[in-house]
Design a protein around this ligand. Sequence first.
Ligand code: ZN
Length: 546
Amino acid sequence: MKADKVIFSNLIYKGTGREVTGGGIAVTEDRITAVGSREEIEPFIGADTEVFSYEDKLVLPGLIDSHIHITMGAMMDDNDIDLEGTKSAEECAAIVRDYLERNPDTDLILASGWMISTWDSRELPRKEMLDAISTDIPICLSTADGWLVWVNSKALEMFGYTKESVSDEEAYFIKKDEAGELTGVLYNKGADPVYFMMMDIDPDNARRMLRNTFRRFAEFGITAVGDLSNEHVINREPAGFRLYRDLEKAGELTCRIFIYPAIDKDLTFAKAGQLKKEYSAGLVRMQGLKAYQDGVIDSYTGVLVEPYANDPNDPNNKSLNAEPIHTQEELNAKVIAANRAGYPVRIHCTGDGAVRMSLDAFEASNKANPGHGMRNCIEHIEMLHEGDYERFGQLGVIACKQPAHLLLCAEDFMIDAIGEQRWAEHQPFQSIIDAGGEVNMSTDYPIVDIDPMYNIYAALTRRIPEGEIIHNPEDAMDIWETLYGYTYSGAYVLGVEDEIGLLEAGKKADIAVLDGRIIDEPPEDLPGRKALLTIMDGKVVYQKDA
Ligand SMILES: [Zn+2]
């Protein structure tokens, strides 16, 4: 049978192993029909076959970024105000004031990029500084990692947050001061409305932003993503899911999206079941659930085994540690019930304390649900305590890592917060592999850019782009581990390794051709490298102009 498309290259990486081979790939409709030597593939070429020849460019399965936040990224990429690199609250406020003076018709300010770890003062900002800029326009300024949002009084009003409506329990997420006043800092689920209001308020605009985002993914050769909802309640269908489906129906979706709504207090899984039914086929599918066990070390909300070395926001120095989101009992119950109901769970943990609690919960589920076969994962793992390295392999829990996050760390801040010793062991990659664990690659976009080659660069070098080693070069991964982390391993995390992630006959035709040899190039040449050709489901979704 003649193929629709044939791709030749001297460098084909199939998704596993430590080698490339020369030859070709034949594609008919949405499937790979053959992978083999040039001689084996040539007979598939007929009069109507489209032939692509790429000499020394790397061909591999379409890249899979298993952990991103699509709607948040689409919004963060779409604003004109950049707060990255600011040194203080005053500097952020001045940028916003200046923007409003130049754009007087603006009716909402949504901007991001500040990080308290790069500010001169590590005290949290307050709404009053933004109220001095405007009391009529909602102003929402997110940290680069999306965990904290600093807002003015108008925004608090728009979200319906008042001193009276926010309970003491909720004040952990919608911050109050000692006098019980809202401070204008929203944390974690308190910040949800900021990222999701746009999706609900203006779907046309949201679809436009999403189209731009998916176009960038295709330019990088990305054909599948895990969308880990950062909407913290599953009580409603996240607006993004519907918009992805709209784009799929319109034939505009250029990557597969595997969605993971968050489990909150809902242990009945009724809503999860409904979503699973609705998103069970096609390019948008629900594969499991997301949970949170802590925040981030950067804002002292990561849960540690041994307490923080300091915390300027905890003036009484009472605990010097963060509260886990769930108690051990709650987490065990949630994971056991989710796995029993057929949902793998992916748990956000930055601190080693949260990681340990999650490993314990997965261990409890393995006992309660023998042979469950769920792809349970721990996301981030910025710190890992002695004795826990081997548990990933032993328990069958996948370590979902984002190497480029290492490059976000402000070293002096981290040494102050966790001390020299723990900083030296911070961000384990290779050490988890060496202990028998599966390490997967993702970016957590928009926390860092979606650029896979920048992420691979970070994994290979543990250096900032200027060349300075951050620390612990022995924990660097090698190129084969990173390519595997972006292909077969990504499919494995998402539970779809029988469909994608490998170049072999019978698999879906998701294929990327990158602009370079990649495998033996100096790592510093990799960031910014894009695709020459991206095929998803047998269709060309991106081709670089010759
Ligand atoms: Zn995330």
